[in-house]
Design a protein around this ligand. Structure first.
Ligand code: FAD
Length: 456
């Protein structure tokens, strides 16, 4: 029997994992990747140097048989270490123990591991090959190599995992409008580095945490790398009154700004001036599409279909969850490709929309509320309710980060729980003001039990 051929555009995180999953399910898979092979020339990033891997992404890696290879190369993050401008830093743990942690992984390292795994599963990888056009009726595409030489190539089924700037999306949109909507956040980001420390403890600050310096309308975060460094990301309005990337255009202005706003962080970044002046400001937007596919001919997945802002650390995790759903649908015997693509969109689109909204909300929470007493009171009351009535209350962050409950469910349930907390606190800023037995009764009378949880 001939194996069904699938052509993937993009061998980034989502493309490489999807390729492996499809090959393991018996498909003949070709991946065309614009960049050169990172395993030979080194990883050319352009985006965040490290990322937070959470339960959804981990579950997809388990399905691919790769989690045991990835975790030893990751740094465990047990919670948020919040660094206020005044006062002492404190760790807000994600869970009671290490069963609920997230992992800092190197984007380049993970991408290379996934490419190795795809190749080992029989995927044909073609580097330095960009999709520039496609004729979806004739089921042919046009590729350009690194010299710009074009060549046609047959592609009966095309899947675009070519990221937020997807070329396949542009082609599909010309063929049949996809209903593309881009919502810029109005904030950008810049990456800096805390190098490894001298001495036995290689890390200059607590290694097992996601560090946050919340400052109201903006913030810095830092994620650990295995060799002892941290990647720091400054998030700031792109334009407007101070501080914005407009008002801190260079390292001299930025150093003065950091001395004022991040005085404990600045001394940890010895190459501040070089990093600030040479690293670009990245833009942040949310991408929504009405349609993710053209019949059974072409489909978008991962950031190409639903790029989101990075404040929930879920873009890759969501894309990884996509890959398992799609590979399973395509492998179902007797299912037509167009039907599988339509079903994929039906299942995943409401969830992608929900995580997109939660990611924007989480920016406000991270940069502002983690230091806000009212937020902390709600958090504390939520934690008490979750302890007393775990079948009825679970923090939204926990549903998103540590379970496989659909994002859309987490979004709706989170909203209902938040309304209840507001009602129980009634303007108070301390969870101690709330009588817990009565609060549990109200919770159980108001909200149905949570669904049965599937843990990895
Ligand atoms: P990409 O990673 O963008 O890969 C696309 C691939 O397609 C690339 O290899 C590219 O070279 C290739 N390509 C592009 N055009 C073409 C073409 N025409 N032809 C052939 N190949 C092409 N997510 C998390 O889960 N956790 C985090 O902590 C996190 N932090 C982030 C921090 C920042 C600052 C940013 C910007 C994003 C973050 N994300 C995070 C999101 C995550 O980076 C993305 O969701 C993820 O990279 C999406 O993977 P992808 O494979 O869909 O796209």
């Amino acid at each position: 029997m001939t194996r069904q051929a699938i052509t993937l555009i993009g061998g980034g995180l989502v493309g490489a994992l999807l390729a492996q999953l499809l090959a393991r399910r018996g498909f003949e898979v070709d991946v065309f990747e614009k960049r050169p092979d990172p395993r030979q020339v080194g990883f050319v990033g352009g985006r965040s140097i490290n990322l937070a891997l959470a339960e959804r992404g981990l579950q997809a890696l388990r399905t691919a048989g790769l989690s045991d290879d990835v975790l030893p190369r990751a740094v465990m993050m047990r919670g948020r270490m919040v660094h206020p401008l005044e006062g002492t830093s404190g760790l807000q743990r994600y869970g009671v123990d290490d069963s609920e942690v997230i992992w800092s992984v190197s984007r380049g390292g993970l991408n290379m591991l996934l490419l190795d795994a795809a190749e080992a599963a029989g995927v044909r990888l073609h580097f330095g090959q960009s999709l520039v056009n496609a004729d979806l009726d004739a089921r042919r595409m046009v590729l350009a190599d690194e010299e710009g030489t074009m060549r046609p190539h047959d592609a009966p089924v095309l899947i675009g995992a070519d990221g937020a700037g997807s070329a396949l999306r542009t082609v599909m949109d010309h063929y049949r409008p996809l209903g593309i909507r881009v919502e810029p956040l109005g904030h950008g980001y810049k990456e800096l580095e805390i190098p490894p420390a001298a001495g036995a403890n290689r890390f200059a600050i607590e290694p097992n945490a996601l560090h946050i310096w919340p400052r109201g309308g903006y913030m810095c975060i830092a994620l650990p790398n295995t060799e002892g460094s941290f990647t720091v990301t400054l998030f700031l309005p792109a334009q407007g009154p101070h501080p914005s990337f407009d008002t801190v255009p260079d390292s001299a202005a930025a150093a003065a700004f950091f001395r004022q706003d991040f005085p404990d962080l600045l001394p940890l970044i010895p190459r501040f001036a070089e990093d600030y002046d040479s690293h670009p400001v990245g833009g942040l937007s949310t991408l929504y599409l009405d349609r993710w596919h053209i019949d059974g001919r072409a489909l978008l997945i991962g950031d190409a279909a639903h790029a989101i802002v990075p404040f929930h650390g879920q873009g890759m995790n969501c894309g990884f969850e996509d890959t398992v759903v799609l590979a399973d649908l395509l492998a179902e015997s007797g299912r037509d490709t167009g039907d599988a693509f339509a079903e994929f969109q039906r299942i995943r689109q409401p969830n992608a929309n929900a995580i997109a909204a939660m990611a924007v909300e989480n920016y406000i929470e991270m940069r502002d509320s983690v230091a806000d007493p009212r937020y902390l009171a709600k958090r504390e009351l939520g934690a008490r309710l979750a302890e007393r009535a775990p079948k009825h209350f679970m923090a939204r962050y926990r549903m998103v980060t540590f379970t496989h409950l659909p994002y859309a469910y987490a979004y709706e349930r989170g909203r209902a729980q938040d309304q209840l907390l507001e009602q129980l606190l009634r303007g108070s800023t301390s969870a101690n003001d709330v009588q817990l037995d009565a609060a549990v009764n109200t919770l159980q009378a108001t909200l149905p039990p949570l669904p049965q949880l599937r843990h990895g």
